[in-house]
Unconditional design. Structure first.
Length: 163
């Protein structure tokens, strides 16, 4: 019995020390919040896991519409050109001054197509402390931009279809 009491006391003391230590760290100002000082690998991995699991548990009910619909492509290309290229680039762009200074660096969506449900959720809700806005607050149909930048071929086809 005595040894159980000792274990419980030890756990309580270490927990209190951890809480006090964390508060001292936060209020001391030692943490550099500047975007030009990157996270340690461990912190980056923890934040990545937090982001991925948070999104994965929220996308299960999302139904993906026809993303090859020419009207949707035309509307999406217009929105994408106006609102996304500064951070996510478009075919032919290599970088922008805005993108260069962002941390985390926005993915280059000309090179990588995110999973549609993930893309829809992220575009609608944004990601805290990353610079990715919650477009669902201003765009009525974020699904239009889910596919990322339209290729020149797709743009021409959509224009021909009158989009
Ligand atoms: C001010 C910069 C900024 C703008 C403007 C912006 N984004 Fe982002 N976006 C980000 C950042 C930064 C991330 C990465 C966030 C992270 O992983 O923590 C991101 C992530 C994403 C992702 C998730 C990709 C993945 O990892 O699966 C998608 C999809 C996306 N953005 C689409 C868009 C679209 C579409 C627009 C325009 C309507 C847009 N973004 C506008 C900064 C921006």
């Amino acid at each position: 019995m005595r040894s159980w009491g000792l274990v419980v006391r030890t756990i309580i003391i270490w927990s209190l020390l951890l809480v006090v230590g964390t508060l001292v760290f936060i209020y001391s100002g030692r943490y550099d919040i500047g975007a030009d000082v990157h996270h340690t690998r461990l912190v980056a991995q923890l934040i990545g896991a937090l982001r991925d699991h948070s999104i994965d548990t929220r996308i299960t009910g999302i139904a993906v519409p026809d993303l090859n619909d020419p009207e949707r492509i035309a509307a999406g290309a217009e929105h994408y050109d106006a609102m996304c290229t500064g951070c996510h680039l478009a075919p032919g762009m290599t970088n922008t001054e805005l993108r260069e200074g962002l941390y985390p660096r926005p993915p280059n969506l000309t090179r990588f197509s995110p999973e549609p449900r993930t893309a829809f959720w992220v575009i609608k809700h944004g990601i805290k402390m990353s610079g990715m806005p919650a477009w669902g607050l201003t765009l009525r149909f974020p699904h239009e931009v889910t596919r990322g930048p339209a290729s020149d071929q797709e743009r021409n086809r959509a224009r021909r279809a009158g989009g």
